[in-house]
Design a protein around this ligand. Structure first.
Ligand SMILES: [Fe+2]
Length: 363
């Protein structure tokens, strides 16, 4: 019995913050569910989260606007993230993408499923892929109605130079089963398979390696969902037992706890266990994404952090019930501080020195 339930989130580095927000919320029809910052390093960067109507794991796409450094696309990297859309909706998507002059490859087919691959303004690649019977709730926007909206992820396409060792990692360490091969594409599924439970390897033996850094225009990692902190610890044990001893410690990511391990093909794979209140841990569920939220250990440096970030505006349409005065939900961890992080076994940063940010230079 696998500890992994399916996909949890995908994380990529884009260019400008406002450019990303406008594309995700206005064109791609995503619900913005969180504005926060990168928890690591000495530079202040936004960390923006988008999801479906219910902000569910398996639909959460997170972006670091990282205009400061450009990444290089290649193998050993997540090449694209496919979203599940209802059957018959690709006609809408093709017209919609063309209307907004979004570069796309038209309607193609993989494993009998029709999809369109298209570019985010940063060069990151996305797909809408038809999947019948995905009953998750899509988010409705002015241009994307619920009958065509994305339901959440179908799964990532990972470019690797060799298949065998990455296959071994996904099968032996994570519990996936190989369910198909079509040309250079190898499909792996977990549990009952299908949406949010699929990973596709693309064999590109001659493609030079992509960068592993945070860099605009490249994906950074994929995350798989496990049930609890206990399962995270068990998963770390499985990695170590199999020889993947470079699995990280458990990290406190505020909304979930995480263990990272780079797979043999080069892709960084995280396992994440959502905290009990999920994304509503620090703001009311109907106000998600309304204001910049910082973890308690960064809050004393709010003014310094905000000054280093690009000013952004989230469209009013992201809040169909209207904007409300910000009500900050008291974070349990805030009161109990490091004791809470300690109890879960998760390591947490407690202070920070920032030396720069991602605010574009004033013209
Ligand atoms: Fe992550």
């Amino acid at each position: 019995m696998s500890l992994v339930k399916g996909l949890h989130h995908m994380t990529v580095c884009v260019g400008g913050a406002q450019e990303d927000i406008d594309f995700q919320t206005q064109i791609f029809g995503q619900r913005m569910i969180k504005q926060t910052v990168l928890f690591d390093g000495r530079y202040a960067h936004y960390h923006l989260y988008y999801a479906n109507a219910d902000a569910e794991p398996g639909s959460v796409y997170t972006t670091f606007p990282y205009g400061r450094v450009r990444g290089r696309q290649g193998s050993g990297q997540i090449q694209a993230t496919a979203y599940s859309v209802p059957k018959g909706s690709l006609k809408f998507w093709l017209e919609h993408l063309n209307h907004h002059k979004i570069k796309n490859n038209g309607i193609q087919e993989r494993f009998g499923q029709k999809f369109i691959r298209f570019d985010h303004p940063s060069g990151i690649q996305l797909e809408v892929l038809e999947e019948a019977g995905d009953n998750r709730r899509g988010w409705r926007t002015g241009e994307v109605s619920t009958d065509v909206a994305t339901r959440g992820f179908h799964g990532p396409v990972l470019s690797v130079r060799e298949i065998a060792e990455t296959e071994r990692f996904f099968v032996d360490a994570l519990g996936f089963k190989k369910t198909g091969q079509e040309g250079p594409y190898h499909r792996f599924e977990i549990g009952e398979g299908g949406a949010a439970k699929t990973v596709t390897l693309l064999h590109e033996p001659d493609r030079p390696s992509g960068s592993w850094i945070f860099g605009a225009g490249t994906a950074h990692h994929m995350a798989l969902e496990v049930e609890s902190d206990e399962k995270l610890t068990e998963q770390k044990g499985i990695y170590e037992e199999l020889g993947y001893t470079d699995a990280s410690e458990i990290k406190d990511r505020m909304y979930f706890h995480s263990v990272y391990c780079r797979c043999p093909g080069g892709i960084l794979v995280e396992c994440a266990a959502t905290v009990p209140q999920g994304f509503a841990v620090d703001e009311p569920a109907d106000q998600l994404g309304q204001s910049l939220l910082l973890p308690p250990w960064f809050e004393p440096r709010r003014a310094e952090i905000e000054a280093m970030l690009e000013p952004i505006k989230v469209p009013d349409t992201n809040f169909p019930q209207g904007r409300k005065a910000p009500v900050k939900v008291p974070v349990q961890a805030q009161a109990s501080g490091d004791a809470a992080a300690g109890a879960s076994g998760a390591s947490r940063r407690t202070s920070a020195v920032f030396i720069g940010g991602d605010k574009p230079a004033q013209k």
